[in-house]
Ligand binder design. Structure first.
Ligand code: PGA
Length: 253
């Protein structure tokens, strides 16, 4: 039986003191009033706040991770952060292949496959993001694009490796636009993705795979989206920056 995962992707937002306030407010609230048993919370702050996040997560009220990792082990890669460094701060997850990384930093399938392998080698759960552009959807190519994004990375891995990957379906046209996928669109794509896992590996693996929805998921629409049978929670951007909104999403899950 899959749980519901509510994950907050802070992107490049907050200063240290703002991060501290938000993290400890969320942590206290979740400690005082835990979410329902079937709900896991993950917070993805910017790199400089990972240690702070580890402190706020001390009572195991939420998991945390990084928004990206390097494709290499270690060495002369100025400005990069390795999966081993992230793991050494007790983080458990790492987002890989977010559409903003693909678009603004040229991350290709080949690079993303290396990053996923780095995460797995360092015992971090990759939250692998996929999603079609508006142009792709309007041209009716959305299923093909999603299949391709999975084929060039995830489906190159063994069933054992894939069993510890979380998928986040984030249609690019819905990210930060206030334009959410309808529950029909989300359910249709999530069911399609789950079926691809069944075809590529096994029905059992497909049933165990977490597929989160991301893209303007907020305090108003989360409950309805999470109620879709193949939507196992959300990757929340903007609404995770506000304590009340994020907690409302967590408690509605
Ligand atoms: P959004 O971002 O909720 O602000 O649309 C989601 C994401 O990019 O992960």
């Amino acid at each position: 039986m899959r749980k519901t995962i509510v994950a907050g992707n802070w992107k490049m937002n907050k200063t240290f003191s703002e991060a501290e306030d938000l993290l400890f407010e969320i942590s206290e609230q979740l400690y005082d009033t835990p979410p329902s048993q079937g709900v896991d919370v993950i917070i993805f702050p910017p790199f400089p706040f990972l240690e702070l996040t580890a402190d706020a997560a001390e009572d195991d009220v939420f998991y945390f991770g990084a928004q990206n990792c390097a494709e290499h082990d270690k060495g002369a890669y100025t400005g990069e952060v390795s999966a081993a460094m992230i793991k050494s701060l007790d983080a458990t997850h790492v987002i890989i292949g977010h559409s903003e990384r693909r678009k603004y930093y040229g991350e290709t399938g080949e690079i993303l496959l290396n990053k996923v392998k780095q995460a797995l080698n360092n015992d971090l759960v990759p939250v692998f993001c996929i999603g079609e552009s508006l142009e792709d959807r309007e041209a009716g190519r959305h299923f093909d694009v999603i299949k391709e994004q999975l084929s060039e990375v995830v489906f190159k891995l063994s069933e054992e490796d894939v069993s510890s990957i979380i998928i986040a379906y984030e249609p690019v046209w819905a990210i930060g636009t206030g334009k959410t996928a309808t529950t029909e669109q989300a359910q249709e794509m999530h069911a399609y993705i789950r079926n691809l896992f069944a075809e590529t590996y096994s029905k059992e693996l497909a049933e165990e795979t977490y597929i989160l929805y991301g893209g303007s998921c907020n305090a108003k629409n989360a409950k309805e989206l999470f109620a879709c049978p193949d939507v196992d929670g959300g990757l929340i951007g903007g609404a995770s920056l506000n304590k009340d909104d994020f907690l409302t999403i967590i408690y509605s899950a």
